[in-house]
Ligand binder design. Sequence first.
Ligand code: TXA
Ligand code: MG
Length: 323
Amino acid sequence: MPLATIGTDIQKAANLLREGELVAIPTETVYGLAGNALDTQAVTKIFEAKNRPSFNPLIVHCANLEVVDRYVEHIPLMARKAAAHFWPGPLTILLPKKPIIHDLVTAGSELVAIRIPSHPLTNSLLEEIDSPVAAPSANPFGYISPTNAHHVADQLGDKIKYILDGGNTLVGIESTIIGFDEQGRGVVYRHGGISKEALEEVLGPVCSVKLKGKKPDAPGMLKSHYAPQTSFVLGDLDELLPKFPHTKIGVISFGRLISTIPANQQVMLSPKGSMAEAARNLFAAMRKLDSLKLQTIIAEPLPEEGLGRAINDRLRRAAADKN
Ligand code: TXA
Ligand code: MG
């Protein structure tokens, strides 16, 4: 199959989606691999193109809050509050699905993950096609999520026809996924672009689903994920550095340069110490160092607060044992 075209033609993307084809789309978080969420053949193609196990459900992206009602039984009060405050934006909300959403999309769950993204091209596309799109991150299963069109082309270019090019993504890490328990309390399934602190300002205290062992508590929350091919180690840089030959390692730091390591083998996520900037740079840093074919990439965790929680989650999963 010929390589995907990269462009900004919303009509072309809309036509392909209407025909049941896949299109890569920009969002504010990462690029998604989109197919019509109501077309089971298109949904099947998504799983195949990503080599994604069928037990890992997909997020359904909608144009606006009015259309969400077509796909969910109801929106509980606290979920509505979250939606009103954070949509369009990097928050995904688990809601009881209507039968129109096929079990294939939710991997058999009665809950569907819904998100209204915030990106001008993709929001126009969603308004144009009048159906929601299922879109996981546009990377092969388990690899680093793409934050620009070229990342998508490098890895899925032979599997899709068109990549809608919306530039570098602004948030850089995936959406936060939240569900609500029977008391209306928020449960964070995945830390992401909306910090726990920001959620709590609107919703009151929320709790997090804990990552225990290799088996996920929530479908798809696998311990090893976002992983480069190069061996990846997370820890205190001063403790790790003596353990590796300095010519063969890559370093990801929050904001410091190591004088004994070649400069092109290092990425500072945010020299000025901004978590938002670090999140924006994280996946491109992992990709860049992975492409150098070094022996090992070492990285330091960020402070475990704000977006640091989501960044550390990605770093931990990148470093997790793949077996
Ligand atoms: O920012 C994002 O969320 C990006 C962009 C493209 O929107 N999408 C994304 O999709 O990160 P994906 O497929 O890479 O991650 C979706 C996660 C999966 O880990 C999956 O387990 C969880 O969402 N998920 C989806 N539906 C779910 C459901 N019904 N219940 C629990 N978890 C669900
Ligand atoms: Mg993903």
